[in-house]
Design a protein around this ligand. Sequence first.
Ligand SMILES: NC(=O)c1ccc[n+]([C@@H]2O[C@H](COP(=O)([O-])OP(=O)(O)OC[C@H]3O[C@@H](n4cnc5c(N)ncnc54)[C@H](OP(=O)(O)O)[C@@H]3O)[C@@H](O)[C@H]2O)c1
Length: 378
Amino acid sequence: MSVSLDTVDGTPISRLAFGATGTGTAEQATPEKDASRINLFRSAFELGINVFDTAELYGGGYSEILLGRAFSRCRESVFICTKFNPDNASAAGIARAVEGSLRRLGTDYIDLYQLHWPSPFVPFEESWHTLTRLLEEGKIRFFGVGNCSYEELLNYEFLSGGKITSVELPFNIAEPEIAKPFLSWACNTEKRIFAYSPLGQGRLCHSLSKVPILLEIFERHSISENQLALAWVMSHPGTVPVFQTSSLNHLRDNLAGASISLNQKEVKELGNVYATPPREIRLSQVRIGSLDGRDGYSSCEEAQDNLHNWIPSPALLAERIRRGGHPPPLRLVGPNVEGLYCLDRYDFGGEMKKYWAWRLAFDENAKVLAYIFDSQRK
Ligand SMILES: NC(=O)c1ccc[n+]([C@@H]2O[C@H](COP(=O)([O-])OP(=O)(O)OC[C@H]3O[C@@H](n4cnc5c(N)ncnc54)[C@H](OP(=O)(O)O)[C@@H]3O)[C@@H](O)[C@H]2O)c1
């Protein structure tokens, strides 16, 4: 087993990155849970991963704290990527956010600092001005953006004089369309695409139907579905999958396929078989409920007021939508006997934010794009 290496401006980075979501918040922490997550981060490192992806948002900052603790004795051996919230995109907001991330991570520099989502309320020039200072001061080494459109990326490239190192987007074998326009940008350059949800939020680990091309590839490479899903993303030059697991066995299993390289014919054929384009559905066909005690909003007024303090807020996402910056398609399950769909439970909070953003931007008869799954997860 070996995770191959790539570089960013001469700095070695592993071709696979580990996502640091799932730590929970400080309030939910127990010594046992913390120890298990820290051990998992260290195991990933021992198995060859040196890129770790976190955010001030994850666990309300607790993910950064655990990551910092995991690597306090070998800080220089890891490449830490963290992100600031779009409501911290102003000059004062970034200055405050970066100090918070540095403190929680227990470090004096961040390798890759990323804008988690574009903010429609702060001109990029203002963010860039502060980020330039942070780069000069050495508090951040590289800067990246997330969840932007290709047009927004080109604009950021222009305004920063080509200093955008990376973009973080959803990309996997079943859902390739969002990242497609970005692939040539990262191909054969020092630019990188950090591909999140490369395992389709876990669905691709079990659900690839066994069509002849897949059976041939399984046999040729002795590869499992999860390994194939990661290998497919890695086959795109400049693309680094960011996967997540809470299981040491899954971690080992995923890395066991890290050295498999698919040829261009296989990549294309697999892409043709598994790409599942999102479908259009009306917002009125989506049933909004609560899940595991997590309440959402029941009206546009509540979503606009955002009393639960969701980040990004539905109002911020709605303003992006009005300006053409669409969030990724909704993830829905259904339909039920009444023809209604419910939100997929993997990132229920994230789906609720997108739903209410669309409702604020348009009325409930608006059509939106959605990935439709026929069954809810266990
Ligand atoms: N920038 C952004 O806006 C953004 C958005 C979303 C995510 N991200 C980043 O991307 C990372 C990963 O994304 P993700 O969690 O959405 O999707 P993912 O990595 O595609 O899927 C994670 C899911 O796959 C399961 N899994 C992993 N390996 C498996 C295996 N070998 N067999 C069976 N199941 C397996 C995990 O369950 P187990 O725990 O049981 O293994 C988990 O449920 C996040 O941690 C975060 O760092 C960034």
